[in-house]
Design a protein around this ligand. Structure first.
Ligand code: HEM
Length: 455
């Protein structure tokens, strides 16, 4: 199979169609002054997460629901964009996440107001509201229940073992961690789940990465952010179409998620190829980069906190469930999602009216000192740990959270025991306001001695 670049979708028309009937107009109501603590600049997002949290901490103390000017790194900058409410406290992020009647996702979950069709094409039910969201989510949930995940547990463990076999094969050394370790397991599991053939796997991973990298200059090269997103989405839809064709023409039905989706019914109707393609795009992004970045940050944190590594090694099976929650809190790979207000309401004394954009800053909520004692301490025994890494609860809570935890458990099981020691270099971070990601990071490691076999 190959990518033929013959797309059925007219992308120019897609972006020209801005006057969708359900788009609410920007509000004319008087808003407060833009916050003096400006979290919309490119400079702000170029800082480290520790530096950013100094600003978030100041907002948490002084102005937990602040009015911010439009973010600089938009995919499609809009001169009429009035700004957004920034939610930085755990309490407000969970409140809004759980109130999907007042705060909807159907007008987009990123900073920008993107055309509805483009949202449907790339974000599937992540950017939909009930009842449609619920129907689509139910349809695919079956593949992600703990019972289903248990079934693929052995595959995940085997893949993790093979990845670390390759890493340690040449003895002590230095490698680029993202390529050699962190991205391998989530990419492989995603492609296995959907039955993506070997020759399309690299392209799938590259395009999934492009979708979330719209503000990363290195990744963009000389292309514009919307060009990169549209092209990547088109390639992923094209791959999905090819996978559908193969299954339609196969003599024997396959047993992968893709086949289940083709056979599934919503309201007595099958999903069409566009809807299946959109779900494929959502999963390619949601299911791979998040787990990959968590792996990179957790390896770094363990190297920098040898007491925590020793603590984990003492009782891996007993301690890994809590440790994983802390890996995710510390990594906080998804930094922002947006909702749009559709019913007048109040948050922290601020009047929020229909049409207002409300942005949830998950890492800020996961480091909220009113909820987490010593939030900047990497503490694998932290329990309870109500971090917001998978969202603030409610109907959009991460569908793949069990699968993500399973992958993290398997890869760290190998790394923690088969590496005697390791250290990491400084990470090169992805330049976006959406995903806190590591592009590259060096890993120097010494493999653990292999126990001698008898006989
Ligand atoms: C450490 C890894 C992961 C993190 C940090 C993460 C984070 C998130 C977040 C923050 C949301 C939005 C929640 C909300 O709006 O309330 C989300 C939604 C979602 N995630 Fe994950 N995710 C991870 C792994 C995965 C995996 C492995 C999959 C699937 C294979 C997945 C599939 C999804 C889907 C389908 C949604 C949309 C759910 C909906 O709108 O109903 N995620 N994830």
């Amino acid at each position: 199979m190959s990518i033929d670049n013959e797309f059925d979708i007219d992308f120019d028309e897609l972006f020209a169609d801005e006057e969708e009937e359900n788009f609410l107009p920007a509000t004319g109501e008087q808003k407060p002054e833009f916050s003096a603590i400006d979290i919309s600049t490119k400079a702000f997002w170029a800082r480290t997460s520790e530096e950013r949290d100094e600003s978030f901490a100041a907002l948490r103390r002084t102005d937990p629901v602040s009015w911010q000017r439009p973010v600089e790194d938009a995919v499609t900058p809009d001169p009429d964009d009035p700004g957004y409410w920034a939610l930085v406290k755990h309490e407000h992020i969970t409140q809004v996440s759980k109130d999907s009647e007042t705060f909807i996702s159907g007008q987009g979950v990123l900073f920008d107001m993107l055309p509805r069709l483009f949202l449907q094409m790339t974000q599937s039910f992540l950017a939909m509201d009930d009842p449609r969201h619920n129907k689509l989510r139910k349809l695919v949930s079956a593949a992600f229940t703990p019972k289903q995940i248990k079934k693929i547990d052995e595959d995940i463990r085997r893949a993790a073992r093979e990845i670390v076999d390759e890493l340690v094969a040449d003895g002590p050394g230095e490698v680029e961690l993202v390529e050699k370790v962190a991205e391998k397991l989530p990419n492989r599991m995603f492609c296995d789940l959907f039955g993506v053939p070997e020759e399309l796997r690299e392209q799938t991973a590259t395009s999934a990465g492009d979708i979330i990298a719209w503000a990363d200059l290195e990744r963009l090269g000389d292309r514009s952010p919307d060009e990169v997103q549209v092209e990547a989405a088109a390639i992923l839809h094209d791959i999905a179409e090819q996978l559908i064709e193969v299954r339609k023409n196969a003599a024997e039905p396959s047993e992968d998620l893709f086949t289940n989706l083709m056979n599934a019914e919503v309201d007595g109707e099958h999903l069409n190829e566009f809807e299946i393609g959109a779900f494929f795009v959502l999963m390619a992004v949601a299911g791979t980069d998040t787990t990959k970045h968590t792996t990179s940050f957790a390896l770094k944190a363990l190297a920098e906190n040898p007491d925590q590594l020793a603590y984990l090694r003492e009782d891996y099976d007993g301690r890994i469930p809590d440790a994983i929650e802390e890996f995710i809190r510390f990594a906080s790979p998804v930094m922002t999602f947006r909702r749009t207000c559709v019913k007048e309401t109040e948050l922290a004394g601020k009047k929020i009216i229909p049409g207002d954009k409300v942005v949830l800053f998950y890492p800020s909520g996961s480091f909220d000192e009113d909820v987490f004692e010593e939030p900047h301490k990497f503490n694998l025994a932290r329990n309870p740990n109500p971090h917001l890494g998978f969202g603030g609860g409610g109907v959009h809570f991460c569908l793949g959270n069990q699968l993500a935890k399973q992958m993290l458990r398997a890869i760290f099981q190998e790394l923690v025991f088969r590496l005697e020691s390791w250290e990491t270099g400084e990470p090169e971070l992805l330049g976006t306001n959406f995903m806190r990601g590591v592009k590259r990071m060096q890993l120097r490691f010494v493999p653990a001695p292999v126990p001698a076999t008898v006989g």
